[in-house]
Design a protein around this ligand. Structure first.
Ligand code: FMN
Length: 186
């Protein structure tokens, strides 16, 4: 499948979103179909670099055992509609960042999961207000995505649980990066 087979309204909506977004196929190894400009701003990777690949390449050589288990549990469980986890990623230029990753499912009327929807945010270089702003923008993006997707017979699943303690989340992410500085990673 290619991005051109996606409903044009969905593609246009993705590009216009103020938050980093990516869309993956629900089958095989979940290859990416679409990423937007904000994803490029965040990761350094443009669509041409990433379409057709599984997004785990952002993790480089890092272990990320816990978050990967959580993501795999989400992908493998029909009934789980969304997941939110921090995960260590690297930009194209090699700079590490802690990605606050949100993932949910887009389901066809026939009941099958058609796409995996995801949004990325650098939680390691931000302020509590900016994380709260991102949460609000992502919530709006998901709410507005629903009617756009519904026109193509696709239901948006998952509810965004907003980050209650933004300061603690950011502090944790910064700690992850400073641990990295002193480890054998770099
Ligand atoms: C649409 C989509 C977007 C994803 N975005 C990211 C991401 O930004 N960063 C990341 O580390 N993993 C991301 N993932 C998760 C990985 O692709 C993969 O599912 C995860 O690492 C668990 O699988 P693994 O243990 O086989 O690697 C994304 C997955 C999908 C389907």
């Amino acid at each position: 499948m290619t991005a051109t087979q996606l409903p044009p309204a969905l593609r246009a909506y993705f590009q216009s979103s103020p938050v980093a977004l990516s869309l993956g196929e629900a089958v095989d190894d979940h290859p990416l179909l679409l990423t937007n400009q904000r994803f490029r701003d965040l990761t350094g990777y443009g669509s041409n670099d990433v379409v057709g690949r599984n997004c785990r390449f952002l993790q480089g050589d890092s272990d990320n055992r816990e978050p990967r288990l959580r993501i795999r549990a989400f992908l493998g469980d029909e009934a789980q509609t969304s997941v939110r986890t921090a995960i260590l990623n690297f930009r194209k230029d090699g700079t590490p960042f802690v990605n606050l990753l949100y993932m949910s499912k887009l389901r066809a009327l026939t009941g099958e999961v058609r796409y995996i929807f995801a949004s990325q945010f650098d939680v390691s270089r931000t302020q509590p207000e900016r994380l709260a702003d991102y949460d609000a923008a992502l919530g709006q993006t998901i709410a507005k995505l629903a009617p756009v997707a519904a026109e193509s017979g696709i239901a948006v699943e998952g509810t965004l649980i907003t980050i209650a303690n933004t300061a603690a989340t950011i502090a944790q992410a910064k700690m992850t990066l400073s641990d990295l500085d002193t480890s054998s990673f770099l």
